[in-house]
Write a protein that binds this ligand. Structure first.
Ligand code: ZN
Length: 213
């Protein structure tokens, strides 16, 4: 049976996720944002704008509704609140959204190359990842575009910007952000050595997908 999660735990987990993203160099101390909600809730908790993400406390988080309006909390919600809200509106199964600025993923995809399935694990996640052309951060346009792509995906790469991972839990959403960076790191090493890259055959990815489904 699934353990019920409390809002208190949820808020502590959001702060932890931001610390981990910083330690893994996926965000700077002021970049990125994360949010989470209790399953099916019409409101969610999100990181504030302006504060150092490495020093966040649960009391700093802001509660907003699915239109992105503040319901509880003293500060200003994240610049990307509209993006988080748009995703929750379209995906009833998503309870967490993590946005980071993965340097290798952003850099590598800017060179025109897309991430390739070089291991089964990264290949599986890449099949659930979509690219989004550059759109100015924090805008309604970016929010709608990302949410639309995420109707049939679990992560998006925002050109010239970063990545967004979604999941049923914060650890699932965070894992998707981390795996994209892992895929980019593997590809970068391989490309630097100028080898033709042997990719994982599609049939193997489909086999792995059926085993994890
Ligand atoms: Zn960003």
């Amino acid at each position: 049976m699934k353990k019920k999660i409390s809002e208190k735990t949820l808020k502590r987990e959001i702060c932890n996720v931001m610390r981990v993203l910083f330690e893994r160099r996926l965000i700077s101390s002021v970049g990125g944002n994360a949010s989470a909600r209790l399953p099916g809730a019409e409101e969610f908790w999100i990181t504030p704008r302006g504060l150092f993400k490495t020093e966040l406390k649960p009391k700093d988080l802001i509660k907003v509704n699915l239109q992105g309006r503040t319901v509880k909390g003293a500060g200003q919600p994240s610049h990307e609140t509209l993006l988080h809200a748009a995703i929750y509106r379209r995906r009833a199964d998503v309870n967490a959204v993590v946005h980071a600025h993965n340097p290798l993923t952003v850099g590598l995809t800017l060179t025109g190359g897309e991430l390739k399935p070089l291991t089964v694990e990264t290949g599986l996640h890449l099949r659930k990842t979509r690219m989004i052309p550059y759109v100015f951060p924090g805008t309604r346009r970016l929010a709608e575009l990302a949410a639309e792509r995420l109707e049939k995906a679990e992560a998006v790469i925002l050109q010239n910007h970063g990545v967004v991972g979604v999941g049923r839990s914060l650890s699932e959403a965070r894992m998707r952000v981390e795996i994209l960076e892992e895929a980019a790191a593997i590809q970068l090493v391989a490309v630097l050595l100028k080898k033709k890259l042997p990719t994982i055959p599609l049939r193997d990815l489909e086999k792995a997908e059926s085993q994890t489904a």
